[in-house]
Design a protein around this ligand. Structure first.
Ligand code: 1BN
Ligand code: ZN
Length: 345
């Protein structure tokens, strides 16, 4: 029997922040269900607990127009160049070089810098979120976000974060090229390179996601938040063995839209075999009621062994994975644009 997301969430409390407990959590989740979690259920019914609406593919707009085709080799080149900077913790020279590299690739695009100083457990550090804006024709904004910083505690151990930080940055740069070429026909799209996603010491709600916590607050105050139709995070999507997890804190209506986009591209086998609750750059927006999705492959090497280790290097990644993630994100944007209305969270 299939299990609904509610069945899982009744059994499970919020995942602890350390990775070991997360692994335990995932194992427990699979054990509870007696089998691997299924892709989003097609129901088309109102969800009484969350007050939201779930979609089956029949209730989504028909497939129309050409499918996106992200340039895998260019996304790969960007990821390789970003990774070649080495460790890129906040406040470092490499971080500054990467900021300049991102800006150089966004010439001619409307770019907004969100700069501030974060008071962290390791002292005060400059944080620089970078936002590239692609105006659309419809009222509302879709945000696609990924982080470019690497972990401060790993600043001197040879860590380069090819997948964790590198792939997200490289894919966003390729998405910028796609959007530069083909202007959004629906909602405005903002690409967001987030900073200070990683913990300065140990991941807690106050030692993580410095950049998006700042933006969520600022956009709540200036009214931007109300215009956001979807906030999609991509993280660790370069893994050659791509398995994007289904994050239970993401909006229950948005993940089926993403799954439908993956199906239209014939890439659904890479999506949502496993469910977990993950804290990431979307969390501050989830907390403020924005419809979010975190596209993360949190199974990087058997048992996630390469995550946050010096083994997170380019040889574990594949251009195809970047392409799959990029195409699915762009097709998701197309489906959202064709929907008569996007539900609130
Ligand atoms: C993802 C990549 N994250 C950090 N680097 C977020 C995260 C933190 C995911 C703790 C799981 C546990
Ligand atoms: Zn990380």
């Amino acid at each position: 029997m299939r299990k609904s997301p509610e069945d899982f969430s009744r059994k499970l409390s919020r995942v602890p922040v350390c990775s070991l407990l997360i692994v335990v959590f995932i194992v427990a989740l699979v054990a509870c269900s007696g089998k691997k979690a299924e892709p989003p259920e097609a129901s088309g019914h109102a969800d009484p607990e969350k007050g939201s609406v779930q979609f089956n593919s029949a209730s989504l707009p028909a497939d129309s127009g050409p499918l996106p085709s992200v340039d895998a080799s260019r996304a790969w080149k960007y990821t390789k160049e970003v990774t070649a900077f080495g460790a890129r913790p906040v406040g470092s020279e490499n971080h500054k070089k990467l900021e300049a590299y991102i800006h150089a690739h966004l010439k001619g695009i409307d770019v907004q810098d969100d700069d501030f100083v974060a008071d962290t457990v390791e002292g005060k550090f400059p944080i620089h979120n970078i936002i590239a804006k692609f105006p659309g024709t419809k009222d509302g904004i879709i945000i696609i976000a990924g982080h470019y910083d690497t972990n401060y505690p790993f600043r001197n151990n040879g860590y380069v974060g090819a997948n964790d930080g590198g792939s997200s940055t490289g894919l966003l740069l390729e998405l910028a090229e796609q959007l530069r070429k083909e202007k959004p026909e629906g909602y405005t799209v903002w690409l967001l390179w987030t900073d200070g996603e990683e913990a300065m010491k140990d991941w807690t709600s106050t030692d993580s996601v410095y950049g998006t916590r700042h933006l969520a607050k600022a956009w709540e105050q200036d009214g931007t938040l109300k215009k956001i139709k979807a906030f999609i995070v991509e993280d660790m999507i370069g893994d050659a063995d791509l398995n994007i997890d289904r994050d239970q804190s993401s909006a229950p209506w948005l993940e089926p839209v993403i799954y439908e986009a993956a199906k239209r591209l014939g890439e659904q086998s890479h999506f949502f075999h496993r469910e977990l609750i993950v804290e990431d750059d979307h969390t501050p927006f989830v907390q403020l009621g924005v419809a979010c999705a975190d596209l993360i492959d949190f199974d990087y090497g058997y048992g996630n062994v390469f995550w946050h280790t010096p083994q997170d290097t380019m040889d574990k990644l594949s251009p195809r994975s970047l392409q799959i993630a990029g195409n699915v994100i762009l097709e998701t944007v197309s489906i959202l644009n064709a929907m008569p209305a996007v539900p609130p969270r």
